[in-house]
Design a protein around this ligand. Structure first.
Ligand SMILES: CCCCCCCCCCCC(=O)SCCNC(=O)CCNC(=O)[C@H](O)C(C)(C)COP(=O)(O)OP(=O)(O)OC[C@H]1O[C@@H](n2cnc3c(N)ncnc32)[C@H](O)[C@@H]1OP(=O)(O)O
Length: 251
């Protein structure tokens, strides 16, 4: 099905992703309910929590999403139907990503937020949704940078690009190794990212050596013609004793 698509189809088909010819599709609404998160993945449980009176899931379409963003979202949602890909819900507080049983070990603070969800206005900050393919050890993020992420006029700030890459790669590392932290992140910025455009951040765990998870990532335009950034990263699985000390020191 994806082979019929345009430039991105050719570019991303190489990486097994659904392509999208610019402007090829008419406006559609996001389809279908979201699948439940994978058991054990520490990134959320309620796929559509807001509908159940729980925390709002921000990884769902809103009025600020461009046609490209919606089209890609719907294509990825289609791919979740066979169970290989799963949409990762996104809340504005890390505690909502943690299983109930683990929440007891954290002191509840209502004055903190996940950095990526710190801007309230729809479309102004990080508009994104991630999809996980467990068997390929891969996470793909559809990212639409908003106007409050400006660096050079009209383009996304390099720090915001690093943030979305770190979080995409980080989510991939978490799915592979549980509690991890970024030890090293190396980014080549190849082409600037226009504000309001949509890019795909495609990350993969390449190797696991003991507590070390090595990952790589590419950020590309929707038409597949522009490579915006490439990155490699090392995440370290937290040693249980050190993790407890770190937790204690920030409470
Ligand atoms: C779910 C969705 C929710 C939503 C959330 C979305 C995802 C969020 C992702 C964001 C992630 C972050 O921003 S995390 C925040 C930024 N990162 C940090 O603040 C981390 C600060 N650094 C640390 O706390 C520490 O250095 C650690 C935890 C990374 C590692 O410390 P450690 O546990 O004591 O490990 P240590 O013994 O030193 O090292 C273990 C092995 O790794 C190697 N190693 C350690 N650091 C490095 C390094 N920089 N470069 C090369 N190698 C290194 C060592 O040589 C050793 O190799 P060998 O001798 O075994 O061969």
């Amino acid at each position: 099905m994806w082979r019929r698509c345009g430039a991105l189809g050719r570019a991303l088909a190489l990486r097994g992703l659904p392509g999208l010819a610019p402007g090829a599709a008419g406006r559609r609404t996001a389809s279908g309910p979201s699948p439940p998160a994978r058991p054990g993945l520490p990134c959320g449980t309620a796929a559509a929590g807001s509908q159940l009176g729980q925390s709002k899931d921000y990884a769902l379409p809103n009025a600020s999403w461009s046609q490209d963003m919606l089209d890609l979202y719907n294509r990825f949602l289609d791919m979740t139907k066979d169970g290989l890909w799963k949409r990762i819900p996104s809340y504005n507080n890390i505690l909502d990503h943690i299983p109930e049983s683990m929440k007891l070990t954290y002191e509840k603070r209502k004055d903190t937020r996940l950095f990526l969800r710190s801007i309230d206005a729809e479309g102004a900050g990080f508009e994104y949704v991630m999809f996980l393919n467990t068997s390929e050890k891969r996470v793909v993020c559809l990212f639409q940078p908003g106007s409050y992420l400006e660096g050079h006029p009209g383009f996304a700030h390099g720090g915001s690009i690093a943030t979305i890459i770190d979080s995409t790669i980080g989510s991939c590392a978490i799915s592979v190794a549980g509690k991890v932290m970024t030890a090293n992140l190396s980014i080549d910025y190849v082409n600037p990212v226009p504000l309001g455009s949509v890019v795909l951040v495609d990350s993969k765990a390449d190797k696991v050596e003991g507590r070390k998870v090595f990952l790589s990532c590419k950020m590309q335009s929707v038409d597949g013609n522009t490579l915006h950034a490439e990155a490699t990263a090392l995440f370290i699985q937290l040693d249980a004793t050190k993790a407890q000390k770190q937790q204690a020191s920030c409470q």
